[in-house]
Design a protein around this ligand. Structure first.
Ligand code: UT7
Length: 331
């Protein structure tokens, strides 16, 4: 019998309605459209407005649409892996909350935290439950409400991030399509360059931590940029080499959308023209765990069964990696 692969059989996304433009940001901090566009490629990003709305509200929309698209009921879902750095609350897991919101009453779930690499870590992890034959329907969510941890007085970070959610359904496939391979890495010494200082067990929330703005993202952009450029390109090249793929064999690169210059460097290292690279950073900015599934969602109509797709990411941790998959269906 042919090997079971975990295939993506549906993809859906959700982005909030509110559009935060570069022009609006330039009225909030000392920045301008020219700087943001030339340094990052970002023109606008979506922001989830409204009291009491969290990452699970975006995910509930995305997951309900995913189930509708595939024509399955919520109670058929076995497992939900929720990749995020901005859960509704430290505990319980947002996976449980979204399962409740969509009525996935037979699913168990957990949150996975690998920052911008969250979705590819979650996809790789979820694929194992399918490949072993244990489960038939696993949902991997990549979602972040970055606006909840962004300091809108810090021009070095507030221009970069946005809110959004993407979700995929994984099901078993024996026809050779699905997730074929992955290379995943992490290096905790990178924590000093990109983190949220307070709110954890080392530095619990207090008046002082709030006053010191330690619940916001801290990033040393230049250092992170250097690691991201090298490492995202390295793992993408490694997964190609391991699977005997030339640049001509790769149909699409789906890169994490952190900075257009990092995306271009990765594509160039892989020998890919820009028409093979999914880029929507100009409209959504960096939505952390959501960037890759949001690209798959937006490009879904162009994807064909058998397409060779490389997903690649780099993010806080540091974490990074690349996934090689063969697309499973024509829309
Ligand atoms: O997704 C998770 C992983 N994260 C990443 O991959 C992000 C990686 N890093 C980056 O994408 C880039 O480093 C940034 C976009 C964050 C920054 O771009 P940069 O080209 O590395 O700029 P820089 O930090 O070297 O700053 C250059 C100058 C500085 O001014 P001085 O010191 O040269 O006078 C900054 O103060 O640009 C200034 N600057 C800004 N100016 C206008 C920083 N932010 C802004 C801004 N508007 N928003």
């Amino acid at each position: 019998m042919n090997k079971i692969h975990a295939a993506i059989t549906a993809v859906n996304g959700y982005v909030p309605d509110y559009i935060l433009t570069n022009d609006e940001l330039s009225r909030m901090v000392d920045t301008n459209d020219e700087w943001i566009t030339s340094r990052t490629g970002i023109k606008e990003r979506r922001i989830l407005k409204g009291a009491g709305l969290g990452v699970s509200d975006m995910a509930a929309q995305a997951v309900k649409g995913l189930l509708d698209k595939r024509g399955i009921a919520a109670d058929e879902i076995d497992l939900i892996i929720f990749c995020t750095v901005t859960p509704d609350m430290p505990f319980p897991a947002s996976a449980n909350i979204v399962a409740d919101k969509v009525g996935a009453k037979n699913a168990w779930g957990y949150d996975l935290q690998a920052a911008c690499s969250g979705f590819i870590f979650g996809l790789s992890t979820g694929s194992q439950f399918i490949e072993t034959g244990r489960y038939k329907k696993v949902i991997v969510v990549g979602a972040d409400k970055m606006s909840s941890i962004v300091d809108y007085e810090d021009r070095t970070t507030c221009v970069i991030f946005g809110d959004g959610c993407g979700a995929v359904l994984l099901e078993p496939n024996r026809d050779g399509v699905g997730i074929i391979d992955f290379v995943l890495k992490s290096d905790g010494s990178g924590a000093s360059f990109l983190h949220q200082k307070a709110g954890g067990s080392v530095n619990p929330a207090s008046h002082d931590t709030v006053d010191a703005k330690e619940h916001f993202i801290y990033q040393e952009g230049k250092s992170v940029f250097k690691f991201a450029v090298t490492n995202m390109a390295d793992v993408s090249a490694e997964v190609m080499e391991r699977n005997g793929l030339s640049s001509a064999d790769v149909t699409w690169l789906v890169p994490h959308q952190a900075n257009k210059r990092i995306i271009d460097a990765t594509a160039s290292r892989m020998g890919l023209n820009e028409d093979k690279v999914m880029v929507n950073i100009e409209r959504y900015g960096n939505t952390t765990a959501a960037t890759i599934p949001l690209c798959l969602w937006e490009w879904e109509n162009q994807l064909k069964q058998g397409d060779n797709i490389i997903l690649a990411a780099f993010g806080g941790g540091f974490t990074w990696g690349a996934v090689y998959l063969k697309w499973a269906y024509d829309r």
